[in-house]
Ligand binder design. Structure first.
Ligand SMILES: NC(=O)c1ccc[n+]([C@@H]2O[C@H](COP(=O)([O-])OP(=O)(O)OC[C@H]3O[C@@H](n4cnc5c(N)ncnc54)[C@H](OP(=O)(O)O)[C@@H]3O)[C@@H](O)[C@H]2O)c1
Length: 273
């Protein structure tokens, strides 16, 4: 069963990511009574029953038995123990395994769960928590077309989800969109501080910065034009924007970003190794 209404979908770990995914999936037509959440916290699970009407259990084994899809949403350092305990169920039931654990490779997952396990490895980002996430996905050879489609529908429910050509590209995705929100937060911090330095009060500097970030993102997402073209259109020669951009370019902002993202990509490789 691999369509979104009939597939039995289990989440191992019912933390921030899992609950966001469930919220998004229910809004996209997945059935609450086919979704099971397993977690170590009974209190958390009870809250989620009330919120979403899904099934819950404190037993990972019970949740995984008979599932068509098992999505692992525990911390990376918990993956080995949690996966190893479920290997017999996975080898018997042959579900699709979806992992959002940062840095956990398909080879490692198949080492714990069984070499023939169908796996989709994903790298989502924090804005998934507010349904505007960006996820890169890569599937192992064992995943069927319909399993891939189902995994895509699950991640796409909290933003956009894009298939990658190779698993290695997940390191670049980690550097770009995985860590990306923090780069924009840093730019926001810097702009707010500059606003204050020019005499605006804290609240005003914050509101103007955040609304500008939101407006620029909204324009870039909805426009047919590239960000570079949008930038050119708001930059009159000799004007105020030009004065600011001249400083940013002369300080090699693009090089700084390239170096920063390469550092994040290399660190992602190191952590996966
Ligand atoms: N949050 C993000 O923006 C983000 C982005 C990209 C990828 N990810 C990945 O998503 C995964 C989940 O992240 P998260 O932020 O949702 O973490 P989280 O909020 O800590 O959720 C993990 C949940 O799993 C529970 N848990 C721990 N051990 C368990 C076990 N043995 N069996 C079942 N449940 C268990 C945890 O309970 P306790 O809290 O009691 O331990 C917690 O409720 C991570 O692997 C992370 O790398 C997250």
């Amino acid at each position: 069963m691999t369509d979104k209404q009939s597939a039995r979908i289990t989440f191992i770990g019912a933390g921030n990511m899992a609950t966001s995914l469930v919220g998004g999936m229910l809004a996209r037509g997945f059935s609450a009574d086919r979704i099971t959440l397993a977690d170590v916290s009974a209190e958390r699970l009870q809250m989620l029953v009330g919120q979403y009407g899904v099934r819950v259990t404190e037993s990972n084994l019970e949740a995984a038995t008979g599932a068509d899809v098992i999505l692992f949403a525990v911390k990376p350092q918990q993956m080995a123990e949690v996966c190893t305990a479920l290997a017999p169920v996975v080898q018997t039931g042959k579900p699709l395994v979806v992992s959002i654990a940062a840095g956990t490779t398909i080879a490692r997952l198949q080492g714990w769960l069984g070499a023939e396990t169908a796996v989709v490895r994903c790298m989502p980002n924090t804005p998934a928590l507010v349904q505007t996430g960006a996820t890169g996905l890569y599937a192992s050879l064992q995943a069927s077309e319909s399993q891939r489609a189902l995994a895509h529908a699950m991640l796409d429910a909290v933003g956009i989800a894009l298939w990658l050509d190779s698993e290695e590209q997940l390191d670049a995705v980690t550097a770009l969109s995985g860590s990306g929100p923090a780069y924009f937060f840093l730019v926001m911090e810097a702009m707010m501080a500059a606003g204050r330095a020019m005499g605006l009060d804290e609240r005003m500097a914050r509101q103007l910065t955040l609304q500008t970030a939101l407006g620029a993102a909204q324009m870039a997402v909805t426009s047919d034009e590239d960000p570079s073209e949008l930038r050119r259109k708001v930059t009159s020669p000799g004007g105020t924007t030009q004065a600011a951009l001249n400083v940013l370019e002369s300080q090699h902002l693009r090089d700084i970003f390239l170096k920063a993202l390469l550092a994040a990509r290399d660190r992602s490789r190191e952590l996966a190794g």
